[in-house]
Write a protein that binds this ligand. Structure first.
Ligand SMILES: NC(=O)c1ccc[n+]([C@@H]2O[C@H](COP(=O)([O-])OP(=O)(O)OC[C@H]3O[C@@H](n4cnc5c(N)ncnc54)[C@H](OP(=O)(O)O)[C@@H]3O)[C@@H](O)[C@H]2O)c1
Length: 286
């Protein structure tokens, strides 16, 4: 464990990426304040976080919900950096696009306002997505962070439940966050990960990991997502967030390193077959 590097707030500590980030931050000498959603019946098992090395001394929990933007203020107190990771992900489309997007924007702006008022927060990193970059109908192979998804195009084109809503809410929230930062002189950078894969410490299989295992798990409705998936390892995502916290010269949007050349799923098929055979699963066919 390294020397104390200051205090960082990670929102949505129970999630796949946030819990991995908390583990990394503790290992690399940071103190961490994380937010979880209110659990009045105290049914939630957070031992995957409280048992992390260093957690008993350096990890603190706060309750907060994006539906109540002011609820994050206590968690931010005294923090030097903020990793804004929490986000409702509802591929089943239980709520309307407007409700999901409005909550994401209001919650995020609420946190950014509190960061602006804070005397200690030096850098905020917002976890966006390539969903805010590449869904624009442009027929080109390579896109970098200068590209934006087109909300109207997504609405017309991606009609399967929940997916379009998620991409629209990520695009609109990132735009609103960058605009707020610019207008208020807040030091905000955004990270644009593709489909995040790799090991996890949270208790349930993360959505993106389950997507990548769709062929092994037989989830045929997710096959179309695989055919156009770009992937990034969760360790690389954690490194990118921590690099952005520590490197004051970084500014604006994205990290090119995460937008790797198209990693077409069929290129990985041989490896997947190998793994499936090793695991004595039924033959995988496409
Ligand atoms: N995984 C990927 O492939 C991927 C790719 C690109 C970008 N991202 C972005 O990375 C971030 C984390 O993704 P993830 O895969 O780690 O997702 P995840 O495992 O589903 O975690 C989401 C986190 O957000 C919290 N959350 C949900 N609704 C909330 C609300 N109303 N108020 C406060 N917290 C709330 C969840 O809390 P509960 O546990 O209480 O539900 C959970 O802790 C998201 O912003 C996502 O858009 C992910």
């Amino acid at each position: 464990m390294e020397e104390d590097k200051g205090t960082v707030c990670v929102t949505g500590g129970t999630g796949f990426i946030a819990s991995w980030l908390i583990m990394w931050l503790l290992e690399h000498g940071y103190s961490v304040r994380t937010t979880v959603r209110p659990d009045p019946e105290k049914k939630r098992d957070l031992s995957f976080l409280t048992n992390l090395p260093g957690a008993s001394e350096k990890l603190q929990f706060f309750t907060a919900d994006l539906s109540d933007p002011d609820s994050f203020e206590a968690a931010l107190e005294g923090c030097n950096g903020v990793l804004l990771v929490a986000m409702p992900i509802d591929y089943e489309g239980k709520e309307t696009e407007e409700a999901v997007t409005q909550r994401a924007i209001n919650g995020t702006l609420g946190i950014l306002k509190a960061c602006s008022k804070s005397k200690t927060v030096k850098r905020v990193v917002y976890t966006s997505s390539i969903g805010a970059v590449m869904f624009n109908g442009k027929k080109i192979d390579a896109m970098d962070e200068s590209f934006w998804s087109d909300v109207d195009y997504i609405r017309k084109t991606y009609t399967f439940v929940g997916f379009g809503t998620y991409m629209i809410s990520k695009t609109s929230t990132e735009r609103a966050a960058l605009q707020f930062a610019e207008e208020n002189g807040l030091d905000l950078v955004t990270v644009l990960p593709s489909l995040v894969v790799g090991p996890f410490i949270c208790p349930t299989v993360p959505g993106s990991v389950s997507t990548i295992l769709a062929m092994v798990l037989g989830n045929k409705e997710q096959y179309p997502l695989l055919l156009n998936s770009h992937m990034v390892h969760v360790d690389d995502v954690a490194r990118a967030h921590i690099f952005l916290l520590e490197y004051p010269e970084a500014e604006g949007r994205g990290l090119e390193a995460l937008l790797r050349p198209k990693n077409h799923f069929l290129d990985c098929l041989d490896k997947i077959k190998e793994v499936a055979v090793e695991a004595h699963l039924q033959e995988v066919s496409v």
